[in-house]
Design a protein around this ligand. Structure first.
Ligand code: M6R
Length: 608
């Protein structure tokens, strides 16, 4: 989850590296460091805290003559986030500097062996074994030395390495953690993610597991298992502005506002007169669709919540049994899969370690795998057999918003396509849903226009330490996402409950003034839901209803009512989640929390 940047060329390396790290800060932000080489000495500076601390130090002590360097923003795994544990790491002598993203699983064993051979360790990190190993194997060629070192490692890692022995070279190596090379004219770059490269180049090469890149100002060469290889160049089409805040106070708010466009882009070109062209786009044949025995959706966090909505949609429209699993649980419970199972992997980043491992397990067991991801060129996108991209554009805020709604749009299209393919869904019903789907982007915009009203609710909610979200059916699935949003950015304890479950225990926690956010979008469940909310009101709960149905009752049983535009109940999650995103956002702002960089979290979770 850490961010890595590297540079070699004619510019002041510190400028490029700090600029790149700023664009990657969403990957980790508990400490930051840089190694710069100015043809005489390797200079390493690292500090606990945000990148601005490192920047402050560098502006007082610049090294602007350095034309080569590597940098890192950290999300601590081994050892507290302090100055010493921050990357880059050096060995017994300052000959090698290494930055690392991922986890070296056998570091304890390596560390013991190195110490027995006289190496002195100063950090608690797994990474520190690397420069010590390099000291042992280096014999004049850094690439060869890195190959020798990685042969001793187990785990997931992306590395960037420089040495004072070779002032013109940066080495990058990837194993199960993302690393992208940026190609320039007389300069070259590396980074954990594309936004860091965009101000400088759109020509990129995505490293695969086992790839090593040798970066010099004159060019980049690629190697695997010691042999030179050719790599495809991937031209990035989205622009830098898409990864900037564009006048919004936070990326999260900007990304909430971008949802109409993200949804339009995701739906665009995929809706036909009588159905969708999804199967053709992702290469699912009609026989494959008819032969599906079961669907298994695997994902983490927000993407898992999207999967829960997908389950209802696919079961209702295609009448296939669907299971939804947390990726972190899936692979370790020895899942029983068979080749007629369709496994749907959902991941915004396409780099979540658990999700990627689940994808590989499903492929290993011979299942057909559909990967829904937002990042073209990500590991999930490259390894998925049938890839359905969401076109949300870069999502920078740690809290996922537009990724979720676009995942729902993709899953809706998928459910319709499966239903039509299996003849469980009538064309007329599919057309009705597709008409509704076309309206969704505009309707999301209408909800965002109610932001001031939601802000007022958020200011009230922000005073509470406990908040509950309740709903039935699809509303319960969205309630789970609403609770996750609130807790991750505002640090308010939030729980989602299937409304009918409250009375089986949790109702004991509802006292006078406890905020309970009640979702009402499923007309057929209206009466039951009303009774559940009445029970909350009888205990003095502060009820906020978010409703696209039941207008005659929700107003009377709620302290505040937020009305949604009318839509088909199956499409409602794409609307009802939007007020919940705004509620979480404004509650976090009211409490003075760092919205885009919530404590302890990182955007891309590349460790298990
Ligand atoms: O990139 P992914 O979709 O695989 O990420 C999975 C989760 O880490 C992610 O959805 C997380 O729960 C959200 N950032 C929460 O808002």
């Amino acid at each position: 989850m850490c961010g890595i940047v590297g540079y070699v060329g004619q510019r002041a390396a510190e400028d490029v590296i700090i600029d790149g790290l700023r664009r990657l800060e969403y990957r980790g932000y508990d400490s930051a460091g840089i190694a710069l080489f100015n043809e005489q000495e390797l200079f390493v500076e690292k500090h606990a805290g945000r990148l601005s601390v490192l920047e402050g130090y560098l502006s007082a002590n610049p090294h602007r003559d350095a034309r080569l360097g590597i940098g890192h923003t950290r999300w601590a795994t081994h050892g507290a986030p302090n100055d010493v544990n921050a990357h880059p790491h050096t060995g017994c002598t300052p000959r090698f500097a290494v930055v690392h993203n991922g986890i070296i699983e056998n570091y304890n064993e390596l560390r013991r062996e190195l110490m027995a051979r006289g190496h002195r360790f100063v950090t608690e990190t797994d990474t520190e074994v690397l420069p010590h190993l390099l000291e042992e194997v280096y014999a004049g060629d850094l690439a060869t030395a890195v190959f020798e070192v990685v042969a001793k490692l187990r785990g997931a890692y992306a590395l960037a390495v420089v040495t004072s022995e070779d002032p013109n070279t940066v080495i990058a190596y990837r194993q199960d953690s993302p690393l992208i090379i940026g190609l320039g004219q007389g300069e070259n770059f590396l980074a954990s993610d594309i936004p860091a490269l965009l101000p400088y180049t759109r020509q990129t090469v995505v490293l695969d597991d086992g790839d090593l890149a040798v970066l010099r100002s004159s060019g980049v060469s690629f190697y695997r298992e010691g042999k030179e290889i050719e790599k495809d160049i991937f031209t990035v089409t989205w622009d830098e502005v898409a990864a900037e805040k564009a006048g919004f106070d936070h990326f999260m708010l900007k990304e909430i506002h971008e949802q109409p466009k993200a949804l339009r882009d995701t739906l665009s070109g995929r809706i036909l007169e009588q159905g969708t062209n999804l199967a053709e786009e992702i290469g699912l044949t009609s026989d494959m669709i008819k032969g599906i025995n079961r669907v298994v959706v695997v994902a983490c966090g927000t993407a898992y919540h999207a999967g829960l909505v997908g389950k209802t949609l696919i079961e209702r429209l295609a009448r296939i049994h669907v299971e939804v699993d947390y990726a972190s649980e899936f692979r370790y419970r020895q899942p029983v899969l068979n080749p007629n199972d369709l496994v749907i992997i959902i991941s915004q980043s396409g780099e979540t370690a658990d999700t990627l491992a689940a994808l590989r397990e499903a492929k290993r067991q011979g299942c057909t795998v559909v990967a829904i991801t937002n990042v073209v060129g990500s590991s999930v996108s490259r390894e998925g057999q049938h890839v359905l991209h969401t076109w949300a554009g870069p999502e920078i805020a740690v809290a996922s918003t537009k990724a979720y709604t676009t995942q729902l749009a993709a899953l809706t299209l998928m459910a319709i396509e499966l239903g039509l393919g299996r003849k469980t869904l009538k064309v007329t019903r599919a057309q009705e849903l597709l008409r509704g789907l076309r309206e969704i982007p505009l309707q999301v915009g209408e909800i965002i226009a109610q932001a001031e009203k939601i802000k007022a609710v958020a200011e009230h909610v922000a005073k509470s330490e406990h908040v509950f979200f309740i709903g039935r059916g699809l509303d319960f699935n969205v309630a789970l996402e609403g609770a996750l949003k609130l807790k991750e950015i505002s640090y308010i304890h939030a729980e989602a409950y299937a409304a009918g479950e409250l009375k089986h225990g949790t109702l004991a926690l509802i006292t006078a003034g406890t905020p309970v956010i009640c979702l009402f979008t499923q007309a057929e469940l209206q009466e039951k839901m009303v009774s559940n909310v009445e029970v909350v009101r009888a205990r003095g709960g502060y009820t906020v209803s978010i409703s696209s149905c039941c207008a005659d009752v929700t107003g009377t049983i709620s302290d505040v009512e937020i009305r949604l535009p009318e839509t088909d109940p199956l499409l409602a999650p794409m609307l009802s989640v939007v007020p919940l995103q705004l509620l979480a956002y404004y509650a976090a702002v009211t409490r003075g929390a760092d919205v885009d960089k919530p404590r302890n979290l990182a955007k891309s979770v590349t460790v298990e």
